[in-house]
Design a protein around this ligand. Structure first.
Ligand code: GRF
Length: 205
């Protein structure tokens, strides 16, 4: 069975949705480790309550460059057997850009969720970007991580209608409901080896 590492920075609700899905035996993957770059990330307690091991690799005040920091993450992932051969790394609200070396080491084995329909509105404040633009629909995207920001091959998307009176908050809440369905589903597809990558596209069988 594959081993899963989840990287978080905060609330951890997507992490929770994935871990609960695994517990309900919906996903054939072993949840090995949750790593946070922040000691006060709320998600750490949630993971611990669910019986999952956690590690903190504080990024604030870290002496070294991005690659040095990511090397520490890789060391911890490997310690918990989340390897480039049998591992999957899920970014779940992990607020750091990965170094090219990290992406290369775990090529096609890192996935992320973004709260917009990529390629629209990448980067920060995606829900605000959608509202400010006047989009009628937004949603969420689960995608492989490549060396760009929110640019890797798309695995799954879910659509949410933007209402006239939506605020960033109300839209974010409705998108989050979809995120919690979409991310576990994408992890399941990966764990069951149902995703093939062809250039920019993924084919789901
Ligand atoms: C989610 O909206 C996700 O799409 C984005 O960051 C947020 C993380 O929320 N990448 P949570 O920590 O999973 O609750």
């Amino acid at each position: 069975m594959l081993n899963l590492g989840i990287l978080i920075s905060g609330r951890g609700s997507n992490m929770e949705a994935i871990l609960k899905s695994i517990k309900r035996k919906k996903i054939p993957i072993n949840p090995s480790i949750v790593i946070s770059n922040k000691a006060d990330a709320k998600g750490l307690k949630i993971a611990q309550k669910l019986g999952i091991k956690t590690e903190i690799i504080e990024s604030r005040g870290f002496k070294g460059n991005r690659q040095d920091y990511d090397k520490k993450i890789i060391t911890v992932l490997k310690k918990y057997k989340v390897t480039p051969n049998n591992g999957l790394v899920c970014l779940a609200g992990f607020m750091r850009i990965l170094s090219p070396e990290f992406v290369k080491t775990y090529k096609n084995r890192i996935i992320n969720i973004h709260p917009a329909l990529l390629p629209a509105f990448p980067g920060l404040d995606a829900q605000k970007q959608a509202i400010d633009y006047g989009s009628k629909y937004s949603g969420c995207t689960v995608h492989f991580v490549d060396s760009g920001v929110d640019t890797g091959p798309i695995i799954l998307q879910a659509i949410v209608k933007v209402k006239n009176n939506d605020t960033e908050d109300t839209l974010a809440k409705r998108i989050l409901v979809k995120e919690h369905q979409t991310y576990p589903e994408a992890v399941r597809l990966f764990a069951e080896k149902k995703i093939k990558i062809h250039g920019k596209k993924t084919i789901i069988s």
